[in-house]
Design a protein around this ligand. Structure first.
Ligand code: NDP
Length: 337
């Protein structure tokens, strides 16, 4: 059994040296347990927050020497659990390793998701995040303008397409001209701005002539600074993530921007609300899977993946994810298919 463990707490952007590949025997399932073979491993930004000595509050940090955590599509290879049989495909939390044991509590039957890796992306946690954050907090109305950064990423690509399904205009922000072309031509965004272009805040203003009604916050940092003056009265800001700051060791330098933020929230009656997707599972997740499954099947939502081959490449792929080097939801093919 190969597993990738946390070797060191990163300083700033993680490096591959912060991880270590270890090998050991394949574990044996005890009574009530199943043995899982990892087929696909999801890589997600939250994993960066679990590499710190102190966790983010919604999940425990990974201890030094501990296996990196992560959502997986896994196959049951041996079962001593009454509800699972060898051969079953499940959504699991097996982490960055070839094999894992589970008592079944963290497993969900995969259903007929094709290809199965989509259960880690648009038809799984990131898609559910876009769905809940946009519908509950963003509440886009026809003709409104919805802005989202990391627009071709796992969450952003779904936010843009759901905004369009609600009749809103979808404006994306992404790192690079290629990503912006994909956002518009493949994912149906009305416009997309390249955040590496020094003029992009002006381009954003031009792409939002009627202002911004919903800003789905994925990144923070310079993107938030550019969006803030464009928010319309009554704008909604679902706070989903702030990846621009996940590698910060200390508060960023520069002037204190809090008074400007507070004044904007007040004067423009903006509603800014954070959410953690873990709070929303249960019945709602089943409804999401059915609805999103239909949209994907009839082509109304397109899901783009970045597939990486081999567990041993997960550390490098994860660092690349944080640097914005992939297009689409990042998944690692660990075995078979
Ligand atoms: P992505 O697949 O979008 O990958 C991350 C992307 O972030 C990169 O591709 C890059 O896109 C962008 N990025 C990286 N650094 C910066 C920066 N300094 N400034 C602007 N953009 C940057 O990730 P996900 O879709 O999985 O996650 C998106 C956000 O949602 C994250 O903040 C994540 O933590 C959050 N999240 C929150 C959840 C919750 O429950 N609240 C659940 C799931 C995700 P590009 O180069 O194109 O700009």
């Amino acid at each position: 059994n190969r597993r990738i463990v946390l070797a060191a707490h990163p300083h700033g952007l993680p490096t591959v040296q912060d991880f270590r590949l270890e090998t050991g025997p394949v574990p044996e399932p005890g009574p009530g347990q199943v043995l899982l073979r990892t087929l696909w491993l999801s890589l997600d930004p939250y994993m960066r927050n679990l590499m710190e000595p102190v966790g983010p509050g919604y999940a425990e940090p990974v201890p030094l020497g501990g296996t990196m955590v992560g959502g997986t599509v896994s196959r049951v290879v041996a079962s001593r659990h009454p509800r699972y049989a060898a051969g079953d495909l499940v959504l699991a939390q097996a982490g960055w390793q070839d094999y894992a044991l589970s008592d079944g509590g963290d497993l969900l039957p995969l259903g007929d998701v094709t290809p199965p890796s989509l259960a880690l992306g648009g038809l799984g946690m990131p898609g559910f995040t876009a769905y809940v954050g946009l519908q509950d907090i963003g509440q886009p109305r026809p003709g409104e303008t919805v802005v989202v950064a990391a627009a071709t990423g796992a969450v952003g690509q779904v936010v843009g397409q759901l905004a369009r399904l609600h009749g809103a205009r979808a404006v994306g922000i992404a790192g690079g001209a290629d990503k912006c072309r994909i956002a518009v031509e493949e994912l149906g965004f009305d416009a997309c701005l390249d955040r590496h272009d020094p003029q992009w805040p002006q381009h954003l203003a031009a792409a939002c002539p009627d202002g911004i009604d919903v800003y789905f916050e994925n990144v923070g940092g310079a993107v938030f600074d550019a969006v803030l003056p464009l928010l319309n009265p009554g704008a909604r800001v679902p706070v989903c993530g702030f990846i621009a700051h996940y590698n910060d060791g200390a508060p960023p330098p520069g002037p204190d921007r809090l008074p400007k933020l507070t004044a904007t929230l007040l004067v423009k009656r903006v509603r800014m609300q954070g959410f953690v997707i873990l709070d929303h599972y249960g019945k709602r997740y089943e409804a999401f899977r059915r609805e999103m499954g239909r949209w994907v099947a009839d082509g109304r939502v397109r899901l783009r993946e970045a597939r990486i081959d081999g567990l041993e490449r997960a550390p490098e792929a994860f660092v690349d994810l944080l640097r914005g080097r992939h297009v689409g939801k990042v998944v690692v093919r660990v075995a078979g298919g």
